[in-house]
Design a protein around this ligand. Structure first.
Ligand SMILES: [Zn+2]
Length: 305
């Protein structure tokens, strides 16, 4: 597992082999730009235009995709316009770009990724031809980079990966890696009763499983303390996870989990991830979180330790 971690992934959490050719070339281009800039300094009298152009390209600000995703889940669920720590600068870049395209009123450029910014970003995604969960207002890697063209570069790219089957259920490779990590911490295999990308599959799920990052897990045969420990370990690796009880809805005991910062989340799943950070239980009642308290992290933060 660890070999896979450092061999197949770059620092930004994106499998290098999966990047489009243009991105793989970017590293080369960047090195070329540095060499050109170095040469230009030596020959500054002869080629000032080259030096200025390269300096401008290298001076683009960067938007951290992890920070943008976190704010886009949490901020729309806040009662006020408070900021998500670490997200203001990156979110502001996104908001400025939306405003430049006429998709967001300038008064909302404040670093708070609230409902107006979600609506503006969804409009941008639709303008690119995206529909359904791809136009939910939660930035994906492709739209975020396209929006930033000539304005900002994107760091800490988060990719949901491809859709695969694990434990008999559909999920993306990021969610599977998270589940495998939780199983490793627990020292046991878990049983998946509902996976992701299952629109309308289970009525009681209220759309939370329509997109990526969603799992339901069986608690059959588990003691109360074991159930709590499973929820805790899921939270430890980056899931917003709760034990659901028959008293809460039309369902049997199970664990419901949403992978925080999964760019494929449905809108309902985004709300649950945001509510998890804000201390709620992720249900329509918005009651207090009744699960084990942990330091809340994303999968990427967990992997960095
Ligand atoms: Zn569920």
């Amino acid at each position: 597992m660890r070999m896979w971690s450092w061999m197949a992934w770059n620092g930004a959490g994106t499998p290098v082999a999966n990047l489009p050719a243009s991105d793989r070339r970017r590293g080369l281009r960047t090195r070329a730009a540095v060499l050109t800039a170095g040469t230009a300094m030596v020959l500054s009298v002869a080629t000032p235009a080259v030096a200025e152009r390269d300096e401008a390209a290298m001076a683009l600000p960067s938007a951290n995709m992890e920070a943008v995703l976190k704010a886009a889940q949490i901020d729309p669920r806040r009662a006020d316009t408070a900021l998500t720590p670490g997200s203001k600068a990156s979110v502001s870049l996104v908001e400025e770009a939306l405003t430049a395209k006429g998709l967001l009123d300038g008064k909302y450029v404040d670093g708070h990724f609230g409902t107006a910014t979600i609506s503006g970003y969804a409009a941008y995604q639709r303008s690119l031809g995206y529909t359904g969960i791809d136009a939910s207002g939660l930035p994906g890697p492709a739209s975020l980079r396209k929006l930033g063209s000539q304005r900002y570069t994107v760091t800490n790219l988060v990719s949901a990966g491809s859709r695969i089957t694990y434990h008999g259920a559909t999920m993306n490779t990021r969610t599977k890696a998270m589940l495998v990590a939780a199983e490793g911490l627990l020292g046991r295999q878990l049983s998946v009763t509902q996976g992701s990308y299952n629109p309308g599959g289970v009525g009681g799920s209220a759309g939370t499983h329509d997109g990526g990052g969603a799992l339901d897990l069986s608690v059959r045969g588990m003691s109360t303390s074991t159930r709590t420990d499973v929820v805790r370990k899921l939270r430890n690796v980056g899931f917003a996870a709760w034990l659901r009880t028959p008293a809460q809805g039309n369902w049997a005991y199970h664990i419901h989990a949403i992978a925080v910062n999964d760019p494929d989340q449905s809108s309902a799943a985004q709300h649950q991830a945001g509510d998890y950070y804000l201390g709620y239980n992720g249900l329509a009642s918005r009651a207090r979180d009744d699960g084990p308290q942990v330091t809340k992290v994303t999968w990427e933060e967990y992997r960095r330790g």
